[in-house]
Every structure is written in C-alpha cells, then in structure tokens.
Write a protein that binds this ligand. Structure first.
Ligand code: C2E
Ligand code: MG
Ligand code: MG
Length: 354
C-alpha cells in the first residue's frame, strides 16, 4: 500500500501535473512448497492481473485459485495465436436502421472466434487479450479486409439493393495508434474496391481521449481517405464536449447503458435528448445502440434520433442471413415489412414506426 500511495502522488513535469498509478500483485510462499523463481513470478503476475481487474491502483495477493485462472488465460492466449494462424474467425453483421422510415442503413461488423472445441467465443472474451499481446494488429487487419470483401460480394450479388449500405468496423485503441494505419486502410480500400464513403470506422471515446491532439491528426488523415468516423460507446468514457467540436467526427453512437434506462429514468432521458440535439447541431448523425424495446424506440423517436441498432431490429447475423436481409428484408425476428419496398430494404415495419 505504501508503494502504491507513493507512486500515485502527482509529479510536476515542465509545469504540468502528471498523475501516475501503479497496481501490485503479491505472491508469498506460505505453504513452504519449493517454487522456482519462474513459478513465483507467474504467481505474482496472476495476482497482478487480479488487482488490475478490480480497478486502478489496487493490490491483490495470490491464491491457488488464481493459478487455474492464469492457466486458463495462458491456454486462451496460446489458442488465440493458433486462431490467427488458421483464420478461425467469422464476422457477424448487425443491421442499423433509419428510425423515420425503418429502412436498412447499414451493418456493424462484429467479430466472432470459432474455437475448435469451445465453439463461438464473443469479442469481449478475447479482444482485450489481443490488445495486450499485440495480436489485435493481424486480427484488426483481417476484420477490415473481410468486412470490405463481404461488402463487395453483396454489391456484386445484389446490385442496387445493396448500394449505399454502409459497413461500420470497430478499431481498437492499439490499432488506432498504429503508425501505418492510414497506409494499411488505403491498401485494403484499393484491393477490395470498397467505396470509402460506405466504410465507417468506429473508435471509442477512450481511444480518442488517451491523446486528443494525436487523435485529431490521425482522424483527419483517415477522413482524407473519404471514409466516415463514428465515436462508439458515447457516454461511457471521460467525454469532453469540447473535443466533439474539435475532432472531425461524423457519427455519434449512444451507448446501450443509456438506451436501456429510457422509459425508467427521466434524467437519462434528458441526457439522451440533449445528446441527440447536440449532435444534430454539430452536423453529426446519431445512432442509438442496444435498442431492445418498443418503449426505448418511442423515446428515441421523440428525440428525433436518426438511427437505431439493437435486438428489436435484429441480433448480429452471420453473413448469409445478413445477405438475405439485404436482399429480401427477411431474417429478423420482426414481422415482414408491410409497406412497398423503397430503394433501401425496409426492415422495421410501419406498425412499429407509427
Ligand atoms: P460495440 O462496438 O459497442 O458493439 C455493440 C455490441 O452490443 C455487440 O456486442 C452487439 O452484439 C451488442 N448489442 C447490439 N444490440 C444489442 C441489444 O439490443 N442488446 C444487447 N444486450 N446487446 C446488443 P459484441 O458483438 O459482443 O461486441 C462487443 C464489443 O467487442 C463491441 O462493442 C466492440 O467494442 C468489440 N468488438 C466487436 N467486434 C470487434 C472487431 O472486429 N474489432 C474490434 N477492435 N473490436 C470489436
Ligand atoms: Mg462498435
Ligand atoms: Mg458500442
């Protein structure tokens, strides 16, 4: 505790206050079984991981149960390396619809790991690990190339019905700070023939806020490719409103944690309404994430929110089902659209909208 407290004291560097924190993992050989130095360090590392998962500037002591957790995480890491080599991943696509017309606007690409024995593993289980060990680079590159390839396939197969349908791809913090990110994306656009304006890159607040000035440079450069930029999970990080005015962002995605409280909490409603108004005034589009109920949909409509994404429309779909949805408007849990088809596939029926 003394070490953590000492390291947490602010430092002055060239007149700027710098705040650092430290976490500590403690391993003690209490049962007197001889341990090698390597094993001792592994135990301390397991305790450190536990401390970090509890929050900032914490300490934790090693217990035998941590060993099992550590072994599991080693195994997962080993398997993830193999998955990257063998390409054991699949993209799912979740529809984003226009709230005023119910038409399909685009899809968000979401990665799934198809593990040979454990089946489908969700990104929350392995993206943080991939960020830690650097595998996020090859994974992220594959995600972008695969999403653009799939979009090209749909454009070829479905022609006009898929034209204008956007694809949103998540970028992790590590990818965002990669020095050659621009060149890599440029190459993928060239190779796949993806029209840049149909590609939306989703960046989280925390990625942007880590170094806003650097972020501004990276975002501006990416925008020069002609693609659009979304701020993902808005409201969950240390949102600074001034950065909204200074960063070249096109779309703001309101996090599910806000959407889920719509209809239950007047204060949250006030915040979501204000965010919708603000983005409109700043010339940005708004997407509400994680919309599950009619009540949430109604609240969002009353705020003039432009787009929604969530289980009320459809869960993330495997490529074949997303393709069917694109072609016929089928494949969601919602009834068939009643209105005559417009240029874009209408997937929210009129009854839900009116
Ligand atoms: P995200 O970018 O905010 O994606 C939205 C997440 O919310 C997805 O979870 C989606 O399945 C889920 N979701 C959508 N609608 C609903 C709803 O109505 N109810 C509920 N309960 N959940 C809903 P998923 O696919 O598990 O992805 C989780 C996170 O993992 C994503 O959050 C994103 O941050 C990250 N991720 C996913 N795919 C990729 C990827 O290809 N690259 C990177 N770097 N990160 C990814
Ligand atoms: Mg996202
Ligand atoms: Mg999100």
């Amino acid at each position: 505790s003394r070490i953590i407290a000492t390291l947490s004291r602010p430092l002055m560097v060239e007149g700027e206050e710098i705040i650092t924190t430290a976490s500590a993992g403690i391993a003690m050989n209490v049962d007197a079984t001889p341990l090698s130095a390597e094993e001792h360090l592994q135990n301390a590392r397991a305790a450190l991981a536990k401390a970090k998962s509890c929050g900032i500037a914490r300490s934790a002591s090693f217990t035998p149960a941590d060993r099992e957790l550590l072994l599991r995480s080693f195994r997962l890491e080993h398997d993830l390396h193999q998955a990257v080599d063998q390409g054991d991943f699949l993209m799912h696509y979740q529809p984003i619809v226009r709230l005023d017309t119910g038409e399909l606007h685009g899809f968000e690409s979401l990665i799934r790991w198809i593990h040979p024995t454990r089946g489908m593993i969700m990104p929350g289980m392995f993206i943080p690990l991939a960020e830690d060990n650097g595998l996020i680079r090859p994974i992220g590159e594959w995600v972008l190339a695969e999403s653009c390839r799939q979009s090209g396939l749909w454009r070829k197969e479905l022609g006009g019905r898929s034209s204008g349908v956007t694809l949103s791809v998540n970028l992790s913090v590590k990818q965002f700070l990669q020095p050659d990110l621009f060149e890599r994306i440029e190459r993928i656009l060239d190779r796949t023939g993806m029209p840049p304006r149909l590609l939306h890159l989703e960046i989280t607040e925390s990625a942007v806020m880590e170094d806003p000035e650097q972020a501004r440079g990276v975002l501006s450069r990416l925008k020069s490719l002609g693609l659009l930029l979304s701020l993902d999970d808005f409201g969950t990080g240390f949102s600074s409103l001034s950065y909204l005015t200074r960063l070249p962002l096109d779309i703001l995605k309101i996090d599910r944690s806000f959407v889920m409280r719509l209809g239950h909490d007047a204060r949250t409603e006030a915040v979501v309404r204000a965010v919708c108004d603000l983005s409109r005034d700043l010339g940005m589009e708004v997407i509400a994430e994680g919309v599950e109920t009619q009540q949430q949909l109604d609240a969002l409509r009353s705020f003039d929110c432009q787009y929604v994404q969530g289980y009320i429309v459809a869960k993330p779909l495997p490529p074949e089902e997303a393709g069917k949805l694109l072609a016929h408007g089928t494949g969601t849990s919602l009834p068939e659209p009643e209105a005559p088809r417009t240029r874009r596939t209408q997937i929210l029926p009129r009854s839900v909208l009116d």
